[in-house]
Design a protein. Structure first.
Length: 267
C-alpha cells in the first residue's frame, strides 16, 4: 500500500533551489556531473540514490559548504553560500551536531543565541520550546545529550536546524538507523513543516521513503537520472513502485553507457 502524500501547495515564488550545469570536482575525480534540477518551494523533494552517488556533496553545495563548485546554483533567490542565507537554511548532517556535555535544552539555547544574538531571551525560550515539541523531546529536555540514544541525538540536531523557522531544510539521511515508528513520526513532521510553508530537501538510500515525497531527484554516480513526481516516475517506467522505477532507469542508463563505449571503441 502506498503512503498517503498530501497534495503540495501551489508555490507562488521562484523555486527554492535552481541548478544548471552544477559540477563538483574533487582531485582527479568529478563527483557531480553537470546537474540540472529544481527544488520547488513548499514541498518535500527526496534525493535518493545508493551510498556514494553524490547526495551529500550535492547537499553541501546547496548549503554553501562544498568547495570547487562550478555552474549555476541559486538558493532562495541568492547564489549558494551567500551570507544572507545563513539564517534562512537549516542543515542536518548525517553525524549529529550536538555537545555531549550539555543538556538538550542547553544545546538549543546555545545555538539559538548564535543564530540570532540580538533576539530577546523570551523569544529564544519560546523558539526552543517549540522545536522541542516538534521533535518530541520535551520530556528529555534536561537530559545530557551524551546520554541519549542515536535516534534521540539525531532529533536534537533536527531541532537545532528548526530554530528560527528556516525557509529551506536540507536533511542528509535524517531517518537512517531509526525504528519504523520514529521514522513514521519524523515523516509526519516533515509533511507538517511543508504544510506550514517550509521547503525540504531530504536525502535517503531507502527507496520506500520516496513514496512519502512530493517530488524526487534520483541519483546515480553523480548524475540525475530523473526529476519528477513519484506517480509520474511509476507511469513513465511502467512500474508499480519507485524502487522498481529506479532500477529500470539504472538499467536504461547502463545500456546507454554500453552503447557509448561500443561507439568509442569502433572509431
Amino acid at each position: 500500500m502506498m503512503n498517503y502524500v498530501p497534495d503540495p501547495p501551489h508555490p507562488t515564488a521562484p523555486d527554492a533551489v535552481h541548478a544548471d550545469d552544477l559540477t563538483v570536482v574533487r582531485g582527479p575525480r568529478t563527483v557531480l556531473h553537470h546537474l540540472r534540477f529544481t527544488v520547488p518551494r513548499g514541498q518535500i523533494t527526496g534525493l535518493l540514490g545508493p551510498s556514494g552517488c553524490g547526495k551529500s556533496t550535492l547537499m553541501r553545495s546547496v548549503v554553501g559548504t562544498q568547495a570547487k563548485v562550478t555552474g549555476t546554483l541559486d538558493v532562495l533567490g541568492r547564489p549558494a553560500g551567500h551570507p544572507t542565507l545563513r539564517s534562512r537554511i537549516g542543515y542536518v548532517t548525517q553525524a549529529p551536531s550536538v555537545y555531549d556535555d550539555l543538556t538538550v535544552r542547553q544545546n538549543l539555547d546555545y545555538f539559538a543565541a548564535i543564530l540570532d544574538p540580538g533576539r530577546a531571551s523570551a523569544e529564544r525560550r519560546h523558539d526552543v520550546a517549540r522545536v522541542l515539541t516538534d521533535v518530541d523531546l520535551t520530556s528529555h529536555a534536561d537530559a545530557l545529550a551524551g546520554n541519549l540514544s542515536g535516534g534521540q541525538r539525531g532529533r536534537v540536531s533536527l531541532a537545532v536546524a528548526l530554530l528560527g523557522t528556516p525557509e529551506l531544510l536540507v536533511l542528509d539521511e535524517p531517518t537512517v538507523g531509526l525504528d519504523p515508528v520514529l521514522r513514521r513520526d519524523l515523516w509526519n513532521l516533515f509533511h507538517d513543516l511543508a504544510a506550514r510553508g517550509a521547503t525540504l530537501l531530504v536525502s535517503s538510500h531507502v527507496m520506500d521513503e520516496a513514496e512519502r515525497c512530493h517530488r524526487l531527484l534520483l541519483m546515480r554516480e553523480g548524475r540525475i537520472l530523473a526529476d519528477d513526481t513519484p506517480a509520474a516516475l511509476r507511469t513513465r517506467t511502467g512500474t508499480d513502485t519507485v524502487e522498481a522505477a529506479f532500477l529500470r532507469l539504472v538499467d536504461q542508463a547502463n545500456e546507454a553507457d554500453a552503447v557509448d563505449r561500443t561507439k568509442e571503441t569502433t572509431r
